[in-house]
Design a protein around this ligand. Structure first.
Ligand code: GDP
Ligand code: ZN
Length: 308
């Protein structure tokens, strides 16, 4: 009896959950209609987002603008009465899992062409699994990943950085190596730099921007809420048309927790393989077809799961 009522409860709960999900899906599906930018309103580029306001570059000036629909750095928005009145359809999205609800994605940035994954070969040491995670997040959202191996003036083994099948540029902000090459890769694109703290993202931005006499957008220090996040957000515009959005949330992106389930969604081909166990994690189970097949994808998978 007790068991049955528990099951009933669960069934009711599932139904409620289903209904809630349907309502939410409807709501999300309805949103784009209200988001279409009004052609009469001025248009700007979002470079930073705080709780109620976002930093928007409009005609070379940065303003703090209220919003009540979700916006992200890289969004092109129209503005009416100092409020976001519309958001242009997003060409690409950079997302991470919502820690409170792993079934939902949280938008980190929009309309980014290039994700520059910055890594050092030493100080801090190279973390191959982290590079994999960035590549997965980028490819998922239609963004091209680029690996920037910095601090090549220091002693270190480069072989671990050569296994990725993505454009790779070797840099040093101390010697200037690779800076021109990186600038050429960025030309005409909107990009973000991400990577572990201390790998040299700020130094790279300075190297790219300073020599270029870049115009840099800063947010007015004295206005608005969520000042910390929005004031720390910057847009670096290079003469070759590159736009680099530098936002704290993006710099730190990808360093949080990751689950086995998330990793597995990035390797859909493994689920079709005839492992002995249906819920095989492909690590140490017997008769694992994925492990037996091996290959570079499996090597990436192992690197990712070893960081769990
Ligand atoms: P971020 O946390 O990724 O923004 O890293 P920073 O740009 O703040 O750099 C962290 C430290 O690494 C600073 O002390 C920099 O001077 C140093 N650094 C940056 N680039 C290089 C480089 O190419 N070679 C060496 N040896 N040190 C670097
Ligand atoms: Zn397996």
């Amino acid at each position: 009896m007790a068991k049955q009522s528990r099951e009933d409860k669960r069934a009711n709960g599932d139904l409620r959950h289903q209904n809630r999900k349907k309502r939410l899906e409807k709501l999300l599906a309805a949103k784009p209609k209200t988001l279409i930018p009004n052609p009469a309103d001025p248009v700007g580029l979002v470079i930073g987002v705080a709780a109620r306001q976002c930093a928007v570059i409009i005609g070379g000036e940065t303003r703090l603008i209220r919003y009540d629909v979700p916006v992200a750095p890289g969004d092109e928005v129209s503005i009416s009465n100092e409020k976001v009145s519309g958001i242009a359809p997003r060409r690409t999205t950079l997302c991470r899992k919502d820690p409170a609800n792993p079934n939902r994605d949280r938008l980190i940035a929009a309309n980014i062409d290039l994700l520059v994954i910055v890594a050092a070969i030493s100080n801090p040491p190279f973390r191959p699994g982290l590079v994999d995670r960035y590549i997965i997040a980028a490819s998922r959202g239609g963004i091209r990943p680029v690996l920037c191996v910095n601090k090549t003036d220091l002693d270190g083994d480069l072989s671990a950085t050569r296994i990725y099948q993505i454009p790779t540029v070797y840099c040093s902000t101390k010697t200037g190596r690779g800076i021109d090459e990186l600038r050429d890769i960025l030309a005409g694109n909107t990009a973000v730099l991400a990577g572990h703290s201390g790998v040299g993202k700020s130094s790279l931005l300075n190297a790219l921007a300073n020599e270029d006499r870049a115009r840099t957008g800063n947010v007015d220090e004295d206005t608005g809420q969520g000042r910390h996040t929005t004031t720390a957000s910057k847009l670096h515009q290079l003469a070759n048309g590159a736009r680099i959005i530098d936002t704290p949330g993006i710099r730190e992106f990808g360093l949080g927790q990751i689950t086995l389930e998330e990793i597995q969604t990035a390797f859909p081909e493994f689920s079709a393989m005839p492992c002995r166990f249906r819920d095989c994690t492909h690590r140490d189970e017997p008769e694992c077809a994925v492990r037996e097949a091996g290959g570079s994808r499996y090597a990436s998978y192992l690197r990712l799961t070893s960081e769990l």
